[in-house]
Ligand binder design. Sequence first.
Ligand SMILES: *Cc1c(COP(=O)(O)O)cnc(C)c1O
Length: 341
Amino acid sequence: MSNVKNIDWGKLGFNYIKTDLRYVSIWKDGSWDDGKLVEDNNITISEGSTAIHYGQQCFEGLKAYRTAEGKIQLFRPDENAKRMNNSCKRLLMPELPIEKFVEACVQVVKANEAYVPPYGTGATLYLRPYVIGIGDNLGVKPAPEFLFGVFCSPVGPYFKGGLAPVNFMISDYDRAAPYGTGAAKVGGNYAASLLAHEIAVKRGFADCIYLDPLTHSKIEEVGAANFFGITKDNKFVTPKSDSILPSITKYSLMHVAKEYLGLEVEERDVLIDNLDEFKEAGACGTAAVITPIGGIEYKEELHVFHSETVVGPITRKLYDTLCGIQIGEVKAPEGWIVEVK
Ligand SMILES: *Cc1c(COP(=O)(O)O)cnc(C)c1O
């Protein structure tokens, strides 16, 4: 293993740590340039940039994992590339060739190899690709130029003390509109969620759950993660809606549930008035893989699933299997792993 940084990997949280190099590519006059790795972690852009005023920007999040043999691998980066292109289309930003996106991620990991946490620490190297509208502009219209960047930061294990359930509350706020940008990974959805998140945390919850913006009767997102439940007859159920951000972790868990655990999988409405159908529930996303949901507070009542303190057995199996795939200990489906060499 090459020179690994002297970082206390076990103490890492989810914080920005400046690494050595990051990737930047500029779109201008109809095409992307070749892109390059740069040392400077500051970007200088026009004060008129659409990213600043009109929210014309999107981002992605994925991780590089160290295997027991010391190899480094990415998990389904092509899926992040496709999703970023969908976000770009929605906000009239130029798409990127999938190979360019994956290659930029690979280059950034290689250039910062010393920051990839050692196997067994639970820590990983988080990658943050993004596209922003830049260039001189004033009126509401797409930017004349765009910047695609990828930087990375080592992050700690989400659960320092093992998989522990947490409670959530239903929010009265929406993070996205019915035909808005909910399915695009754009900053505006996040800005819209900050207040609801703060209220939930102040009330002692891990985060809030958003209902469908049209009728407020169906579960959509759990903070910035997708929802799943395990029914009493062992089905993996997750909500279907055009205003949910399609989580790559969620679609991966659906595959794991079906092909590795032999569960039936359903994507359909999850009614907030019918939580009794589930014996376990969880939130899923790249950061934590799975956050077991202890209980959900709705109309002043806490609905508890499996337990407020102990993770359910199926949630545990889903978590172990997907984490095993990501760190190279469980055989991955074809095409899910990209080795960084
Ligand atoms: C990124 C994100 C997720 C999780 O997606 P993953 O691909 O699994 O990381 C879920 N919900 C929202 C709103 C997100 O922005």
